[in-house]
Design a protein around this ligand. Sequence first.
Ligand code: AMP
Length: 538
Amino acid sequence: MSEKKQFRAIKGTRDILPPDSARWNWFENTAREVFESYNFGEIRLPIFEETDLFARAIGADTDIVSKEMFTWNESGPSVESTLQQMWLLKHSAELHSASSHPVFANRARPDLVVRTDEGVSIIEFKRRTINQLTVANVLQYRKAFEEQFPKEKSAKLLLVFAEEPSAFVDKLARENGVEIEVLSIPDYEPQQVSLRPEATVSVCRTYIEHNMQALPGNQKLYYIGPMFRRERPQKGRYRQFYQIGAEVLGQSDAPAIDAEVLEMLLVFFRRVGLTRTTLYVNSIGDKNCRPQYVELLREELRKVKDKLKEDSQRRIETNPLRVLDSKIPEEQPMIETLPRISDHLCDDCRAHFARLKEELNLRGIAYKESWRLVRGLDYYTRTTFEVTAEGLGSQNAVCGGGRYDGLIELLGGPRTKGIGFAIGTDRSILSIEEGGEAPKLGGLTAYIAWMGQASYPAAVSIAKKLRAASLAVELPAEEMKFKKSLGLADKLGARYGVIIGEDEVASRTFTLKRLADGDQRKLSEGELLEYLESERRS
Ligand code: AMP
């Protein structure tokens, strides 16, 4: 016995082997067909992004960002040092003349650039991206500077960024009179990157990066691929799992968009035989009404803090909505007594939700309202939804989604409305299989049993022709006795054996044997092709 280490797939990751992979392909291709019939186009995204992107969009207090991301540091020049070099090159003369200024007295590298009448500058390099800089802290810098150097009251900030100017920069300049210079770094590399835990955020980044608001109509995009979260692995929960998601981004937040997205989702589920499902919908308000509700919820939760477990206790302060997600049995009676968002929606959100329900009825979509459906991520507004399926135990959500109207702006993009969902492929396929609804797919059509070197060229030739007709064909590379060959054909699950021996070569025919019942017939090449092709169609 070898003492060599046996490598295994890492906990929480899985190998999907044939023939199961055929089911995965069928599932994903059906999604492509259905989504494209609703005029969605596929978007292929990177599987890792700058860590800050996820932190900002999903929320630093969420489990996903605070505990579950696979994150690593990139080597190579930092943003700071690249910026410094570029800036120094550009402003060396200016800096030189300023080097006697007291600001530089005790600093090798200045922190913040401020242009004054005298051309004196200080540079801020510590903040790596616009996303980490707020209007408030920029103004704070200016105030600190003005206090430190009262004689230079006319000072204006000169900010140096690693990115293109964004709405944030405009706002700073327009509303606060801050002078801004942007240096963009061509080979800008973020220092910290993460495997994506989800893809909505990447779609939004792409939308901004590619200026998609300039394109006509709503952007209707779907993606298919793996996501990564460091969760405790169990049935239906993996560290590498697969999602199929769709997003609609544009200027309108019409409830008909939400309803059409849900219709498409359910049409897809029906098409793949995932019918034992329940759709739950809710509205979690928007920036006008949710903050008050969250505050009210927080106050009520503080009163019953002792009855909650540690996680929920912490969430009272960090993210009280998440307490409503709790599955802990002891907490349930108390949660049921909490104030409900539906009683605290503003008029616009209430009307939006009412209209959505009318739209769902119009489309014959059955749903249940669930006031506790708040979803784990910070970016949701108004409509939230989830689909659960049978046969999955506690991990029974097969799809989650909702509206995220402020997300693009939060990432520095233009005012944009958005809604989308993500289907969990792993769980959906589990549920389809457990329900016995999975169709039989693919499989080997023909096994070419050849014997004698004289028959080999005919075997190669017919295999090529059958494959050109998109039939699955196995051609053994080495000669075998017919008995052994056909025995293997049977084990491989081939439906037919195509027998080529001396007789067949001499008569320029093929013997076709149906392996299920042994039925055998002699056919010419044309007849064989025609027969097997019609078999495939039937
Ligand atoms: P979420 O982005 O958390 O709303 O997830 C959307 C869907 O992805 C869920 O309803 C699940 O079906 C699936 N999903 C999320 N996390 C996992 C995981 N760790 N393993 C398998 N599927 C998952």
